[in-house]
Design a protein around this ligand. Structure first.
Ligand code: CTP
Ligand code: MG
Length: 235
């Protein structure tokens, strides 16, 4: 099988407020390395990677201390107010590095340290010829309720139609840049790349991924992952 070339963007300019730690969550330790290093690792290990841009807060004091800050395949961009601003800045950096409008870009959260190589390969494989692109996603597992303003159930939602959006999300550079810039200019709420593409009238494809590719959001997420890696002998 031919290796599909791709670029990667890792937005890492958030402050991790829900984690309530003494530093942004991407710089917390997991099995001897920072969460950010684990999140970068799976992408850096892939032979298809052409280059990677990490978006960092302009006053980030932690990045220069990481060994991977010296990796010549990694460039940095300035983070912005929202995740979408951070990603857009990174895409502009990719263009300056010579990436073409039709090139594939994978955007992966800095706070998702448990991306499996098998998930990355399935995403690349299933979307290689897709006209739009798409994302890793996981089917909802709980029974879902729609609530009213009074906190009471309005109805039970058909679970088979609801999926959780994960990362990486994979789109072509030109269309993704245009969608993000357009959505931001219009003041639309875009919490991931797919929602920007949807705003632009496209239908991203879902590729089922592993549920353990979770985003570390709250303290218990990190505890869960640390225990799991310990049980697997990964620490
Ligand atoms: N992110 C970013 N720039 C921002 C906001 C978020 O690059 N202005 C990044 C985060 O660093 C993270 C990813 O986007 O890797 C997903 O965001 P989220 O999980 O919400 O992280 P935080 O915004 O840092 O956390 P919180 O919402 O709890 O403050
Ligand atoms: Mg956030």
């Amino acid at each position: 099988m031919k290796t599909l070339p791709f670029w990667a963007v890792v937005p890492a300019a958030g402050i991790g407020s829900r984690m309530r730690a003494d530093r942004p969550k991407q710089y917390l330790q997991l099995a001897g390395r920072t969460i950010l290093e684990h999140s970068l690792h799976c992408l850096l290990d892939h032979p298809g990677l052409q280059g990677l841009v990490v978006s960092l807060a302009t006053d980030d004091p932690y990045w220069p201390d990481l060994a991977c800050s010296k990796d010549s395949r990694i460039q940095r961009a300035d983070g912005g107010r929202e995740r979408a601003d951070s990603v857009l800045n990174a895409l502009l950096r990719l263009e300056a590095l010579g990436a073409a409008a039709g090139d594939w870009v994978l955007v992966h959260d800095a706070a998702r340290p448990n991306l499996a190589r098998s998930d990355l390969d399935r995403l690349l494989d299933e979307l290689a010829d897709d006209p739009v692109g798409g994302l890793l996603a996981v089917p909802a597992r709980d029974t879902l309720k729609r609530v009213g303003a009074d906190g009471r159930v309005v109805e039970t939602v058909d679970r088979s139609l609801i999926w959780q959006a994960y990362t990486p999300q994979m789109f072509r550079l030109g269309p993704l840049r245009a969608a993000l810039a357009g959505a931001l200019a219009a003041g639309a709420t875009v919490t991931d790349e797919a929602s920007a593409m949807e705003w632009a009238g496209q239908s991203p494809r879902l590729v089922e991924g592993r549920s353990d590719n979770l985003k570390v959001t709250r303290p218990e997420d990190l505890q869960w992952l640390a225990q799991r890696w310990h049980d697997q002998g990964r620490d």
